[in-house]
Ligand binder design. Structure first.
Ligand SMILES: Cc1cc2nc3c(=O)[nH]c(=O)nc-3n(C[C@H](O)[C@H](O)[C@H](O)COP(=O)(O)OP(=O)(O)OC[C@H]3O[C@@H](n4cnc5c(N)ncnc54)[C@H](O)[C@@H]3O)c2cc1C
Length: 391
């Protein structure tokens, strides 16, 4: 299958991921110069979460979100809201110490629950299913490695269950799998619907959200945009830094029940292959697959799958052969952070920032919550984390 014609560039604003079957209604652009208490630059999930927690801390704040594209339209994730991020607990411990690793794991596990909890409270219909994450082993050696990792993970408070082939088959029908692991701290969701729902919750609380307005320059107390200058006591900058490489992601057409009966994932589980491939059954019945950067660098085949939609499709069909003839309707590139990335946030004078585009919806929640706490001067495990930089 040649998917190159479907493959879309990373940064095109009019290029929705399949999550956006229902197009987001654009908000008006900024209408000239204005002032606010807090300006949030970028209305991706990190910016939306930052605004959400800012208003939760102080409902009287005048918060303005400025988005270059259309809020909720350009969400490019695979819909896996997992506590597992690019850097595992051992990596965090090596970099920052054992206590930081323990805290980070707790914060990330909590973020998955937090995302689902806010979606429920705010009545955001984003298909949140707390189905956990499956990791599949293709041979006994891989299963033994997963079992060792499951034991080691308990040190950091992570719960992981080792599954034999029959127990795995109860979750997913993977060709040739000898078993795997299941951990509870992951959910599937529709990230576009989550972003649109958060936007609507913010509007209901009196925040202003403007689309089609690019911030050109940020300095202390002011930002110049394409539609006017914003003066703000505090600025929260969530623009991704630098040019990012793309990671291939694809989505099938909604699949018939017979195919889903063979694949499984009926409880909203996120399926992860040992070497980085991730698969999600999205709420409308599409299957979405992408190559997330794994803590353990993968095989050559999966490395290729991260770069090319055709290679990704081949890796997916090798895992789930029932998909061989399933039509692929979308293929796109999503930003790929460097392996080992954590949410990176900081505060310098009145300017707070988050970098690296998050590393998934749970990390975006952590980054947004941390930004809000830095701005409001709240002391917590989030703001004390060693990766939080202060100027
Ligand atoms: C390593 C990695 C792993 C990931 N894994 C997953 C996963 O498992 N599941 C999943 O669903 N997603 C995943 N993602 C996708 C990503 O986490 C989500 O898309 C998330 O929403 C990122 O949110 P963000 O707000 O941090 O960044 P973005 O969504 O990139 O938000 C930044 C916003 O700023 C806006 N902006 C940029 N420049 C300007 C400007 N000059 N003026 C105004 N606005 C501007 C952009 O238009 C954008 O809306 C992953 C991403 C990475 C990098």
């Amino acid at each position: 299958m040649d998917l190159r014609a479907l493959l879309r560039p990373t940064d095109a604003a009019d290029d929705p991921a399949p999550w956006v079957d229902e197009a987001a209604t654009p908000r008006p652009a900024l209408d000239g110069d204005t002032t606010c208490d807090v300006l949030v630059v970028g209305a991706g999930l990190t910016g939306l979460w930052a605004a959400y927690y800012l208003l939760e801390a102080d409902p009287a704040l005048d918060v303005l979100l400025v988005e270059r594209g259309t809020t909720g339209q350009d969400e490019r994730g695979i819909g896996a809201c997992s506590a597992r991020v690019g850097l595992d607990a051992d990596g965090i411990a090596q970099r920052y110490g054992d206590a930081a690793a323990h805290d980070a794991r707790a914060v990330l596990r909590d973020a998955v629950v937090e995302v689902g909890g806010v979606a429920a409270v705010e009545e955001v219909e984003c298909g949140f299913r707390f189905g956990g994450e499956l990791v599949v082993a293709g041979d006994d050696e891989a299963l033994a490695r997963l079992a060792r990792q499951a034991t080691a993970a308990t040190r950091w408070g992570d719960e992981t269950h080792v599954l034999d082939a029959a127990a795995l088959a109860d979750h997913v029908g993977v060709e040739g799998a000898v078993g795997g692991t299941w951990s509870p701290e992951a959910a599937r969701l529709d990230p576009g619907a989550l972003a649109r729902g958060l936007r609507d919750a913010l509007l209901a609380r009196g925040a202003r959200v403007v689309d089609a307005t690019a911030v050109a320059r940020v300095s202390a107390g002011a930002a110049v945009t394409t539609h006017g200058t914003v003066r703000a006591a505090r600025i929260v900058d969530t623009r991704p830094s630098g040019a990012s490489r793309g990671a291939a992601t694809l989505a099938t057409a909604p699949l018939p029940e017979a195919t889903w009966a063979a694949v499984g994932l009926a409880r909203g589980e996120v399926l992860a292959h040992c070497d980085g491939l991730r698969v999600v059954r999205e709420p409308a019945g599409r299957l979405v697959a992408g190559c997330a950067p794994a803590a353990r660098r993968g095989t050559r085949a999966v490395g290729a799958a991260a770069r090319s939609a055709d290679a990704l499709h081949a890796a997916l069909v090798a895992l789930l052969p029932v998909l061989a003839d399933a039509p692929v309707t979308h293929a796109w590139q999503r930003p790929l952070a460097a392996p080992g990335a954590l949410p990176s946030v900081g505060l310098q004078a009145e300017h707070a920032w988050a970098r690296s585009g998050g590393t998934g919806p749970a990390a975006a929640n952590v980054a947004g919550r941390t930004l809000a706490e830095l701005v409001t001067g709240t002391q917590s495990a989030l703001t004390r984390a060693p990766w939080v930089r202060r100027g």
